[in-house]
Ligand binder design. Structure first.
Ligand code: NDP
Ligand code: ZN
Length: 351
């Protein structure tokens, strides 16, 4: 066992604060990682604040983890001390169901083990995430960080990156397709980069006029201010795909209306009931598809890291100290981040 320092939420209403706990002793296929950087995902806020139902406290959030291997279990073959590695949203799964067998661990029939707030499959202890100084993870769920990536900005690829890359690949987005990205936050800004890299014509839908120039800088071909009905009407029946990263309940109907016949609206941001309800006319009359997508499997997460190294894609990040985490959450709730906070874990040493 090893003593870990971290920041944790003790309840849905308490701010994150310093917390010490024990990481398990290394099993034969475990790796110990000293955490260098950890991205801040909106899911961290949802879980810390029990937005998706009561969380298992204490919650040590963080599932965009980059660090260095310091120790390996006796049967580890893929990594050695000193390697630069990453951990994303999952740290285990059953490994024998049909989905685990086809590199879709996120859809494990027996439920994957999330990086924080889940029960370990072997000893039942609570998993604690990356807002901590080190983590012990099964080799199978550890990713290799390519040399070509800027280590300070790689962490968000492990969730924001894979969550936007996976559905675009799954649906076969290709050159010439018209893709709309809804919400320009951590996921949304990565979605623009991937859709552009796949050759699509990309439009950002944002509530914030102030993000228009930024969206173009990110590579978006067009920007729609979603609160302006005239702009929304002007793009009715225009899109092949909409990738929806909006983290709260919102009216899907005006967006569905922007899809062509056979167009597909992919939810990744909303993990709650759809309110207001979807009028089936927006689906039936144009044979449109409403679907969702959850992160990506381990092999595909490695693929997105390699894809980013090859295509020179990186996230736009603002580095913070762990002591600033509660303020960062408040800013994210207001949509005030360009476009991912990354915690420099050295700051944990300061208390
Ligand atoms: P961010 O907070 O970084 O970005 C969300 C963006 O959505 C904002 O920047 C804003 O963009 C837009 N937005 C926020 N509030 C509203 C609102 N009330 N109405 C319309 N638009 C709004 O969040 P992330 O990108 O980190 O995460 C997005 C969502 O995706 C979260 O709910 C998260 O839990 C979920 N998620 C899902 C995963 C999956 O596997 N399916 C994996 C990871 C995250 P703008 O200012 O441009 O309008
Ligand atoms: Zn996330």
């Amino acid at each position: 066992m090893s003593q870990a320092k971290s920041y944790a939420a003790q309840s849905a209403t308490t701010p994150l604060a310093p917390f010490s706990f024990e990481r398990r002793a290394l099993r034969e296929d475990d790796i110990n990682i000293d955490i260098l950087y950890c991205g801040v995902c909106h899911s961290d806020i949802h879980v810390a604040e029990s937005d998706w139902g009561p969380s298992n406290y204490p919650i040590v959030p963080g599932h965009e983890i980059v660090g260095r291997v310091t120790e390996i279990g006796s049967k580890v073959t893929k990594y050695k001390a000193g390697d630069l590695v990453g951990v994303g949203c999952m740290v285990d799964s059953c490994q024998h169901c049909s989905h685990c067998s086809s590199d879709l661990e996120q859809y494990c029939d027996n439920g994957f083990v999330g990086t924080y707030g889940f029960k370990d499959l072997i000893d039942g202890t609570l998993t604690y995430g990356g807002y901590s100084d080190h983590i012990v993870v099964r080799e199978k769920f550890v990713l290799s960080i390519p040399e070509a990536l800027d280590v300070r900005k790689a962490a968000p690829l492990l969730c924001a990156g894979i969550t936007t890359y996976s559905p675009l690949r799954h649906h076969g987005v290709k050159a010439g397709d018209k893709v709309g990205i809804l919400g320009m936050g951590g996921l949304g800004h990565m979605g623009v980069k991937f859709a552009k890299a796949l050759g699509a014509e990309v439009t950002i839908f944002t509530r914030s006029e102030s993000k228009i120039a930024e969206a173009k800088k990110q590579g978006a071909d067009h920007v729609i201010v979603s609160t302006d009905d005239a702009q929304m009407q002007a793009v009715a029946m225009s899109f092949d795909y909409l990738l929806d990263t909006i983290p709260v309940q919102h009216d899907l109907n005006p967006y569905l209306n922007c899809l062509k016949v056979d167009g597909t609206h992919i939810l990744v941001g909303l993990i709650e009931p759809i309110e207001p309800t979807v009028h089936s006319v927006n689906l039936v009359l144009k044979r449109r598809v409403l679907t969702g997508s959850l992160i990506g499997g381990i092999a595909e997460t490695q693929e997105v890291l390699d894809f980013c190294a090859e295509h020179n894609i990186e996230c736009d990040a603002e580095m913070i100290n762990i002591q600033d985490i509660n303020e960062a959450y408040q800013r994210m709730k207001k949509g005030d981040v360009k476009y991912r906070f990354i915690i420099d874990m050295k700051s944990l040493k300061n208390g």
